[in-house]
Each structure stands twice: as structure tokens, then as C-alpha cells.
Write a protein of this length. Structure first.
Length: 331
């Protein structure tokens, strides 16, 4: 979900080629939910193999990651660790919303309403532990490193980018800026020229300078509008009003007396969680792609088309060969 800063956030459309040679930290669950939501059949049913195992997430990881690898982008998938206590209420709200969406999806399918069925199906996506294990096994086979964060994956993505271990964080959520991420890439996993969806780069520097505020004030603005730790935000305060308030009252102590705060946790607790994201040791090691292992996972276990997988793998190999040939010209 994340904070809703779209009215205030201004980025620029980029070409994937601009990311060639750069390491991008991927907010894994953010991408997996997108794959599960979007990669579906017309009635909203996710892709499945003959045993009924969902494969939408594997399709998304394989084809989207391979396309980016072909362009020279180095991906590091970062998975959520232990959910923070601050997020318990949000998690409960999301579970209820998915349960309700699943019921409406079933009802729409039964009455033959394909459009409604697909809409509610997209909202009912659930990531299981089995899906996470399969995703990590596929990433291993593709030679793509992955990390489990101590808490929020997006927070560790932001730490990696702030420390220079990654160029940017790839996520749809603006929360990464609150965690101090210098660059955020949106639409990287769902870019679609036909639908007019293009990769977009936003920077913390541009956002704070254009709004005339500091990162600390941006965190407060996000809290007023609503975050994963106080989902409803402060009643009656949208992004523009929040901007006025944080400019006038630039700290939690100064701001709190001027807003109605009926929430647990406190504003200061949420501020501190964003301002000092939890760190943990991590290692990033890229490995060679293992074509046979990929085919074992996708084709043997989940009945992906061997011809399509071979074609995709041949494409990435051709790209690598071309890159090596170009490099050899310098020696």
C-alpha cells in the first residue's frame, strides 16, 4: 500500500538502458504481489499448472528479470523478514480485504461477470511460504542474489541504496523515501508500452527540494497522509494540507498538538521507525545462470513451455555473447 504521495511526487520517464551496469534492490513482495495480481487469465484465475499450483509469480520473476538482465541490469531481490509490531493492524486490515475480495471474485465468476471477477481477483492475491521458497529457488537458478531483511524489505532496499550498495530501490511504494532511499524506480516490473506504463525514476533530493522540506518533514507528511503503520492517516488531511502543516511545524513534538492523533503507535514511534531503518549484515554475490536448473523448476515441475523457456534463455545468452564480443574489441 504505502503512503499516497502521487499528487506531490514528480519523476521522469527513463529508458531501461539507463540502468545498464547498475545494481537495483528489488522490493520482492511488492513485485510478487504485482505478478500475482496482473498475470492472470481473463476470468481472474491465476496461471496454474495441472496440479493447481499457482505459477504467476514464477512467470513474472523469470520473464521480467530476464528482460532486465538482458539490458545489463543487476538485480538483488530483498524479501521481508519479521513483520514489525507497528504493522499488525495493517496486516489484519489487508487479510480482511483479501478475504472479502476473494468472496466477491467467486460470486462474480458464478454469475459470469468477467470484468468484476478479474477486478476482485487482482485484490485477492495471497503469497504463501511455498511461493516464497519457489521464488528464491528460481532466483538461485538464474544467478540472481536475494536477501531476507531483518524486517521490512523496502527498508533494507533503502539502506542498500543509501550506502551505495545499490543504485536505486525498485518498488511502487513511496515509503522508500521515508526510509532515506536516494532513488526509487517505479513501474520497472510492470512497464508496458501498449498500455502507456513506463519506468519512472524519482529521487529524494528532487522531491524534498521541490516541496521545500527536509527528509524529516517528508516523514511527518507521510505519517499525516497515512503509512503502513497508521493506514487511515489523520482524518481530513490530504497531501497538500499535510505539506502546509509540516512546513509550519517541522517536528513531531511541534506538530502533534495541532492534529488529532487517535492512533497506536505514537507519531514519534512511527517517525523513528522510518528515520533509522533497521540494518543487518548482508552479502550480494552474483552467480552464473543455470539453464538446466531453471528448466527443471519451470518445465519439469510446473509445466512451462520448454520451447518458450529455451527461446528466452537463448536470447539472454545471445545478449551476453554480444556484450563479450564488444568488450573483446578493447583488448
Amino acid at each position: 500500500m504505502g503512503i499516497q504521495l502521487t499528487p506531490l511526487a514528480k519523476g521522469r520517464q527513463i529508458e531501461i538502458s539507463e540502468l545498464s551496469g547498475k545494481t537495483i534492490a528489488v522490493d520482492s513482495l511488492n513485485w510478487l504481489y504485482q505478478f500475482l495480481s496482473i498475470i492472470r487469465q481473463r476470468d481472474g484465475q491465476p496461471l496454474e499448472d495441472s496440479s493447481g499450483s499457482v505459477t504467476s509469480h514464477l512467470s513474472g520473476i523469470f520473464y521480467r528479470s530476464l528482460n532486465l538482465m538482458e539490458a545489463g541490469v543487476k538485480l538483488v531481490y530483498v524479501f521481508d523478514g519479521k513483520p514489525p509490531k507497528l504493522k499488525e493492524k495493517t496486516a489484519e486490515i489487508r487479510r480482511e480485504a483479501r478475504h472479502e475480495a476473494a468472496a466477491k471474485w467467486k460470486a462474480a465468476r458464478e454469475r459470469g461477470d468477467g470484468e468484476e471477477a478479474k477486478k476482485y481477483a487482482m485484490r485477492s492475491s495471497v503469497i504463501t511460504s511455498e511461493m516464497l521458497e519457489e521464488s528464491r529457488a528460481l532466483l538461485d537458478a538464474m544467478g540472481i542474489p536475494w536477501i531476507i531483511a531483518p524486517s521490512e524489505g523496502e527498508a533494507l532496499c533503502s539502506v542498500m541504496a543509501a550506502k551505495g550498495d545499490a543504485y536505486a530501490a525498485a518498488t511502487q511504494d513511496y515509503d522508500a523515501f521515508l526510509f532515506g532511499c536516494p532513488r526509487v524506480l517505479r513501474n520497472l516490473s510492470i512497464s508496458n508500452v501498449k498500455r502507456g506504463i513506463f519506468p519512472q525514476m524519482l529521487t529524494l533530493k528532487d522531491m524534498t527540494e521541490s516541496l521545500g522540506i527536509t527528509r524529516e518533514q517528508l516523514i511527518l507528511l507521510g505519517i499525516l497522509v497515512g503509512t503502513d503503520y497508521n493506514p487511515s492517516g489523520v482524518k481530513g488531511i490530504g497531501p497538500k494540507k499535510a505539506l502546509v502543516l509540516v512546513k509550519k511545524y517541522p517536528s513531531a513534538n511541534a506538530l502533534l498538538p495541532h492534529v488529532k492523533w487517535p492512533f497506536e503507535p505514537t507519531m514519534q514511534e512511527i517517525f523513528d521507525f522510518f528515520y533509522t531503518p533497521e540494518e543487518a549484515p548482508y552479502a550480494v554475490k552474483f552467480r552464473p545462470l543455470d539453464a538446466e536448473k531453471i528448466k527443471e523448476i519451470l518445465c519439469d515441475r510446473h509445466e512451462f513451455s520448454k520451447e518458450r523457456i529455451d527461446s528466452a534463455l537463448a536470447k539472454i545468452q545471445k545478449s551476453k555473447d554480444a556484450g563479450q564480443k564488444s568488450l573483446n574489441k578493447w583488448f
